[in-house]
Design a protein around this ligand. Structure first.
Ligand code: ADP
Length: 256
């Protein structure tokens, strides 16, 4: 099985060159195989966003190496990284990050327009992806005319329109109700099962995490625990995830 993402001894220190430095990740290593769906959980401030940002070219670690699809991220220049992101990565955020002045179609087309694809191909690819996510009827609306779930579907479309190998999602359902969150996770699961897209997702919700195949529990800047779904049912895996989170919360009462 080939590896889509390898991190070796990643350390992230914020504030270098100032009097306030803070080490948010302490020599973290991990390997993600192609087609894996990994979820990242942990208390607020534990380093989850730092972890996925440093693993996905959004930020560069202070020490250590990251390889995505066998390419070392630090070995690339800014222009190369842009092209590399376009060819390999799709990003989805809690806030959707759609541009309000563009229609949904234009928003989804942004990565393709930036890559200077011909207009006809752009439209064909946007329509194909939008149809897959059942938002064809929204293409000529503006984001503020759409619900939160519709906007997140549009953001997923924008992430998928380049056919990425790896999707990086930071709290993708953080602003959605639970019914819509499950719909979004069903889409992730289908992409993962049917298309073999690898997914690295941060969430604080054990139910959402139960759609993944592996949980990395981050605490104080290290991977403190891992849980693998293996042959467990989604319900059994969900209970294990709840146990890991509640054991963590219970530790706060130690000494009482
Ligand atoms: P999480 O996503 O788990 O809530 P973060 O990765 O956002 O945690 O943050 C981890 C730690 O690093 C926190 O203590 C946070 O205050 C600190 N941190 C995050 N970003 C910065 C930054 N740009 N400068 C300084 N400290 C930061």
């Amino acid at each position: 099985m080939s590896e889509i993402l390898v991190a070796k001894n990643i350390t992230k220190i914020y504030g270098i060159g100032t009097s306030h430095t803070f080490e948010a990740l302490h020599g973290v290593s991990m390997t993600m195989n192609e087609g894996e769906f990994i979820c990242v959980m942990g208390p607020s401030g534990a380093g989850k966003s730092t972890f996925i940002n440093n693993l996905s070219t959004i930020d560069i670690p202070t020490k250590g190496k990251v390889y995505i699809n066998d390419t070392e991220v630090r070995s690339m220049g800014e222009n190369e990284i842009g092209k590399f992101r376009y060819e390999n990565l799709g990003f989805i955020f809690q806030e959707f990050n759609l541009l309000d002045s563009l229609t949904i179609l234009e928003n989804i087309a942004v990565p393709l327009s930036l890559a200077n694809l011909p207009q006809e191909e752009i439209e064909a690819r946007v329509k194909e992806t939008a149809s897959r996510l059942s938002i064809d009827s929204l293409l000529h609306k503006y984001p503020n005319e759409c619900s939160g779930g519709q906007r997140q579907r549009a953001a997923i479309c924008r992430a998928l329109v380049t056919h990425p190998k790896l999707i990086v999602a930071d709290e993708p359902t953080g602003n959605l109700d639970s019914h819509t969150s499950h719909e979004i996770l069903e889409i992730f699961k289908e992409l993962n099962d049917q298309d073999g897209v690898s997914i690295l997702m941060v969430t604080h919700d054990p139910m959402i995490a139960s759609y993944s195949q592996k949980l990395l529990y981050i605490k104080d800047g290290v991977i403190a625990k891992q849980v693998v779904k293996g042959d467990l049912t989604q319900k059994e895996y969900f209970h294990k995830i709840v146990d890991v989170n509640s054991a963590e919360s219970m530790s706060l009462f130690e000494g009482e």
